[in-house]
Write a protein that binds this ligand. Structure first.
Ligand SMILES: [Zn+2]
Length: 176
């Protein structure tokens, strides 16, 4: 059941034109990607700002943090890793987890599990980074908290602790 669940969440690439008025998107245009459940499948539709208002049936949009499946049941039993922790935090949709979420995606990008596909500027000026999971094809939409270096180290330590490790300034930290 777990596998099929993941496949259902496969998210399509961005459309070239608005799904409503069919106008082609311009470079750097703000658009709104909606995820819907259609005939047993999640499908993505992209809208311009004007058409977005008329679409009340979407489950979620790219302006929210993310689109990911809840972790399969068997994941709960396994030891937490960067990917399962990321899925868990994304599913919670808490703004205070933004920093940790971003660090986890960077970790998974280094491990070649996620590949960055796109960066979009959101209406409020924040950067939305879109990553693709190499194995499942899922899109992970993550707001870049644009951390300063000192903040970055602090959040990295927090994430390491969440993963059951020790912060970098702890004694005898083994090299990665
Ligand atoms: Zn439109």
């Amino acid at each position: 059941m777990g596998r099929e669940n993941v496949d259902n969440w496969h998210v399509k690439k961005c459309a070239k034109a608005c799904d409503g008025c069919e106008e082609e998107f311009q470079d750097k245009q703000v658009l709104y990607s909606h995820l819907r459940f259609d005939e047993g499948e999640y499908t993505r539709k992209d809208f311009c700002k004007k058409c977005r208002e008329g679409d009340g049936s979407a489950l979620s949009t790219w302006q929210t943090l993310f689109i990911v499946p809840p972790p399969p049941a068997e994941e709960v039993v396994k030891k937490e890793n960067a990917e399962s922790l990321l899925r868990k935090l994304l599913a919670k949709e808490n703004d205070e987890d933004l920093n940790a979420i971003f660090i986890l995606t960077v970790m998974l990008e280094r491990k070649k599990i996620l590949v960055e596909r796109d960066t979009q500027k959101m209406e409020d000026g924040r950067k939305l980074r879109i990553y693709e999971h190499k194995k499942t094809g899922e899109s992970f939409m993550v707001i870049d908290p644009e951390l300063k270096l000192n903040e970055l180290e602090h959040v990295q330590d927090e994430v390491v602790v969440l993963l059951g490790g020790q912060p970098r300034n702890a004694p005898q930290e083994p090299a990665d």
